[in-house]
Design a protein around this ligand. Sequence first.
Ligand code: NAD
Length: 480
Amino acid sequence: MIYIKNYIKGALTEPISKKYFDNYKPSTGEVYAQIPDSDENDVELAYNAASEAFESWSNLPKEKRSSYLLKIALLIENKLPQLALAESIDNGKPLKLASTVDIPRAAANFHFYGTGILHYASHAHNMENTAINYTLRQAVGVAGCISPWNLPLYLFTWKIAPALAAGCTVVAKPSEITPMTAFLLSEICIEAGLPKGVLNIVHGYGNKVGNAIVSHKNIPLVSFTGGTVTGKHIASIAAPMFKKLSLELGGKNPNIIFADCNYNKMLTTTVHSSFSNQGQICLCGSRIFIERKIYEKFKTDFIEKTKALIVGDPLSEKTKVGAVVSAQHKAKILSYIELAKQEGGKILCGGNEVVLTGENKNGYYIAPTIIEGLDYNCRTNQEEIFGPVVTITPFDTEEEALKMANSTMYGLASVVWTENLTRAHTLANKIHAGIVWINCWLLRDLRTPFGGVKASGVGREGGFEALDFFTEPKNVCIKL
Ligand code: NAD
């Protein structure tokens, strides 16, 4: 049994309560590790360590901060096989995905911000013959970073790396459902010689540890990625305390497919954008709108390709769809499939739990599911399911597709498939989303703004936007 530890003031520590709770392996349903059941007292220790470290870390030349981040990036790269295996076991995602996406991206996050900070500059505003203004960008202080379970190390480091690069010190909380790679990251930080207290990782439940971070009176900034309901709760606590807030929340992303698209490219990518990571990526397209002219052909081909996806042990090379993250999440996804049926949906493939054999017999597996015949306004098409479940709906005109695409409370990502350039630009302009992919999906340039509109979030991560978030601008005006 592995006992996960907190990382506070440079050391791996037990929770003050000495209490732990179970960490499950989604592929088998077994308990394989113990997670610290930390509380506000552990957060206080972490805050004190971060606060003590802030003065020297924020004043360190950026080249020096950069070198620590680059060291961490290199160590993540060197330990890719161990980290990918740990991520796959902890989350249930195929090992191949963890090896090619999650862990390389975690290294890239540190590398990107380790170098990005060297190019980050502020502005000067000259008032001819009167005064000159310059903007100082100063690290905000101790940053609170809270992340979800779907891309554990990838999203955890997407917050931590820019915070550290900007000169903040950090109290971070990974999801209690997938804490393992955050624990391994603390070992990496120790190996990299990161000064003590600069990064502190406190494990435990959201309503204890997360809440203590969000409501801590001296933590002036919270970067959160997770569900919209949690985000709303966090905002209700943090807003009256005038904290800086970055909220990356849920989505119900539309894929709009026109008959003039590059069909084969679209089909292959749509299978990925529907079912990668068991559909548990906030950017997955879960509502697929297809121009009626190609609807029947698309339906036949999409079902065929989806049925060919092998649901299996995440560690097997052949597996395309691994386990969903938890028993509770499996039940939630299955309940949405039942709801879809009640709402008049026809299950075209999947729609059921998959029971594997051998040691995987108690794992959490769901067959990739395609549903048709639902109104765009029904709950199945409006609420985030966050599993391997998509709906397909035909449309006749661009206006109709747009109306359906924009009909949810969410606005995170979207995909448009067309070879018509004018139509692509027009839709990109009109879709309510923070991200529009034209003829691709999940193609990421880390310099671009990342985030959603409406109930999908507040603020943007990525590029210099994140460095802006973790710093406070101060204007200095000098009269000439
Ligand atoms: P969640 O909101 O349940 O939990 C996210 C994190 O918040 C966890 O670390 C959790 O412990 C913590 N938390 C829970 N309650 C808290 C509280 N009261 N105070 C402070 N922290 C608290 O989300 P999840 O189930 O882990 O993740 C899935 C959700 O995340 C989906 O809705 C998905 O769309 C969203 N997501 C969004 C993005 C994005 O970039 N917009 C990326 C990935 C996932």
